[in-house]
Write a protein that binds this ligand. Structure first.
Ligand SMILES: Cc1cc2nc3c(=O)[nH]c(=O)nc-3n(C[C@H](O)[C@H](O)[C@H](O)COP(=O)(O)O)c2cc1C
Length: 199
């Protein structure tokens, strides 16, 4: 037996719960940007994926027509760093989603170290095993039943990978203990990887 749900007949909150419980696991872009006053903004986003080898997609939801600070910073500076965390960073990633006034930094609430990027002003989070320097490519404002989303494409300029996780001859990356977002406050981990095909 199946329960049939017509999306025209349920609330947006119900749609979000159902879709985000089904489309899992979602990777997490832990994005660093520079605020207008030069302080550093850090926040996690799981409406996130790669759409080609060097293009990433992130969707920022507007709350009461207010855009996310991260998105405002990307629009203004045209750049960011997308850090990819692992399980050891779960609390820092979650805590960095705190809502605070613009131009204040989430870094006051999390214990991480920053390092310089090479091509963009935003810093890397050094504890993240992988980080991408990105530039703004394009943006479209989506209307989903009255909720607005800033769908944003970012082009990867460079990556920083912990050297012990990278085979530079084969370009093989071994991300240990990857972290993902599940429904609501749940996070997922996949410590065991299954190979069904040899490349
Ligand atoms: C794991 C996780 C994933 C999230 N994913 C998104 C997302 O994809 N889009 C979004 O708009 N907000 C998302 N949020 C909420 C933002 O992180 C939160 O609104 C944050 O305060 C935004 O910061 P900013 O305004 O400084 O950019 C997520 C939060 C968590 C904890």
């Amino acid at each position: 037996m199946k329960t049939y749900i017509d999306y025209a007949e349920i609330s947006q909150a119900a749609r979000r719960k159902i879709t985000s419980a089904a489309v899992i696991p979602r990777p997490i872009a832990w994005i660093t940007t520079v605020n207008e006053n030069g302080s550093i903004n850090v926040a996690p986003f799981s409406f996130f994926t790669m759409i080609s080898p060097s293009i990433l997609m992130v969707s920022f939801v507007q709350i009461k027509d207010r855009r996310k600070d991260t998105f405002e910073n990307i629009l203004r500076s045209k750049q960011a760093v997308v850090n990819i965390g692992d399980i050891s960073l779960i609390e820092a990633i979650d805590n960095s989603s705190i809502t605070i006034p613009y131009n204040e930094s989430e870094l006051a609430y999390i214990d991480v170290n920053l390092g310089p990027a090479k091509q963009v002003m935003a810093p890397l989070i050094l504890e993240a095993p992988i980080a991408f320097e990105v530039e703004f490519l394009s943006h479209e404002e989506l209307d989903d039943n009255g909720s607005k989303y800033d769908l944003t494409l970012l082009r990867i300029l460079a990556s920083h990978i912990n050297s012990d996780l990278y085979d530079s001859e084969k370009h093989y990356v071994r991300l240990e203990n990857p972290l993902s977002r599940l429904e609501g406050p749940k996070y997922g981990s996949s410590t065991e990887l299954e190979y069904i095909r040899k490349f």
